[in-house]
Design a protein around this ligand. Structure first.
Ligand code: GRG
Length: 286
């Protein structure tokens, strides 16, 4: 995992403007957030799926890094006062708390836009670049991530049903996780049947990831998490624990991870890294 994270860091460092480049403040802000110590889970997933089919993961690394840029963009926006209003992220002041809202907005916007440029620089077949740009726009757009976040905002202080909660989790978190795996598998040369297996695994780990996220907001260690906890309850957010209770949420996350591992084993005997990743998602403490 470390090697792959390092490769993503190198790509991002090379691609993003230097922090002393004019106009300095925006480059400083976006580098601040991109290199704030995220787990790099999403790029890891892309490389994991690609690496299942190809020895050298370098060709897909710009695509993996681009998805991390979009993820970082979404976190900067998520922390803004009018969305989740978080002063801390990854153990540091959040982007707007450090640089002001205007700069944070622009830094996030530039990460979102430049991510698409970075995809076009990957040394993979042209047809995949076009496909990835289109699919990523669709998955993150008004019928994907943004829609999930919108319903999340609308649901604050309201009693919502399980279907709505799953809609939020699937769109806000699950889809980007699944995109990472799908892009890696496709560019790596997976057959349609294999992509379907990987997507089934992705859907399950994606939901488990968000359930664990909900649980960490209640039971996590603030020092490890590097952000303020208990916010979901303060903001009356719709979460798994608020709808199902803590114990049942743990049970469901565990079942999803077991089921994800069973799904991915259909790819054959060499799925140990996928299985380890699924376990990591269940047991993570950050
Ligand atoms: C158009 C992409 C796009 C987004 C706009 C603001 C917004 C709409 C969406 C926010 C989505 C969001 C914050 C989802 C939560 C997902 C989640 C659990 C993030 C935490 O991911 P980790 O734990 O973070 O991988 P690190 O810090 O490790 O990178």
């Amino acid at each position: 995992m470390k090697e792959k994270q390092e490769l993503v860091n190198i790509i991002l460092d090379r691609f993003l403007p230097r922090k002393d480049e004019y106009p300095k403040e925006i480059h400083k802000a976006l580098r601040y957030s991109v290199f704030a110590g995220g787990k790099r889970l999403r790029p890891y997933l892309t490389m994991l799926a690609y690496g299942f089919y190809q020895k050298d993961v370098e060709p897909i690394s710009p695509v993996a890094a681009a998805i991390e840029m979009i993820h970082t963009f979404s976190l900067i926006h998520d922390d803004l006062p009018d969305i989740d209003n978080d002063e801390y992220r990854r153990g540091k002041k959040s982007c707007h708390a450090m640089f002001g809202e205007g700069v944070a907005l622009l830094a996030a916007d530039s990460l979102l836009i430049s991510a698409f440029e970075l995809i076009t620089e990957a040394e993979i077949e042209e047809k995949y670049k076009l496909l990835f740009v289109r699919e990523l726009a669709r998955e993150c757009g008004i019928q994907g991530l943004i829609a999930g976040q919108m319903v999340d905002i609308e649901s604050e202080n309201k009693k919502i049903d399980k279907k709505t909660l799953n809609y939020i989790h699937d769109n806000k978190t699950g889809r980007l996780i699944n995109v990472c795996l799908r892009f890696g598998a496709m560019a790596g040369g997976a057959k349609d049947k294999e992509i379907a297996i990987i997507e089934d695994y992705g859907k399950k780990i994606g939901l488990a990831f968000q359930i664990v996220d909900d649980l960490l907001d209640i039971e996590g260690d603030p020092a490890l998490m590097g952000k303020s906890l208990g916010k979901d309850e303060d903001q009356q957010k719709a979460t798994y624990p608020s709808l199902y209770g803590i114990e049942e949420s743990h049970k469901q996350a565990k079942e999803l991870i077991e089921s994800a591992k069973n799904s991915i084993r259909k790819l054959g005997p060499k799925t140990i890294l996928f299985e380890a990743l699924a376990d990591f998602i269940l047991h993570r403490n950050t």
